[in-house]
Design a protein around this ligand. Structure first.
Ligand code: ZN
Length: 174
């Protein structure tokens, strides 16, 4: 991990970059490797376990996840141009998002997913995840498609949440 990694500010809703599908990553060079390090550092600085490139204002299909939050380097996941190729079961757990601070709600997700993605070298791989990792992968891949977790709530709950955010904005709390 680079000691000099730049910390990027996390973009908050309703920034339009969050609702726009990201472009595929096509160049796998040293700059991309550096960006991945910066994304991990930015995610840790913001106390998150997942961060997608659109959340730092980059409309690209790239996300990082660490469900162990720095405790286990083996749990650091980099997904470039990822797709969910299989999903099974259901889980209903509370979710939050660095782009929606203080907003939490229960979101229905698949209990298990298999993802196909590229690594920083551009090599394709497949990985499976359950529980929190499965949830994080689905949440982060949604970001790459311009979807936020509040878009997965019922219409009523989503409207109430947006009303709450607008009130916070008005009070200078957002
Ligand atoms: Zn998020």
């Amino acid at each position: 991990m680079s000691e000099t990694a730049k910390i990027h500010a996390v973009v908050k809703w309703p920034d339009p970059v969050l609702t726009k599908p990201g472009a595929p990553v096509t160049v796998f060079d040293a700059k991309l490797k550096q960006l991945v390090e910066e994304m991990f550092e930015s995610m840790y600085a913001a106390q998150g376990i997942g961060l997608a490139a659109p959340q730092i204002g980059l409309s690209q299909r790239l996300t990082v996840i660490d469900c162990s939050f720095k405790k286990n380097p083996d749990e650091k996941v980099v997904l470039i141009n990822p797709e969910i190729i299989e999903r099974k079961g259901k889980q209903l757990e509370e979710e939050g998002c660095l782009s929606l601070p203080e907003i939490r709600d229960k979101v229905s997700r698949a209990a298990w997913v298999k993802v196909r993605a590229q690594n920083v070298k551009g090599e394709w791989f497949e990985m499976e995840g359950t529980e929190l990792l499965a949830r994080a992968m689905q949440h982060e891949i949604d970001h790459l498609d311009g979807i936020l977790f509040i878009d997965r709530l019922s219409r009523l709950k989503r409207d109430l949440t947006i009303r709450k955010i607008k009130k916070m904005q008005k009070n200078g709390e957002w």
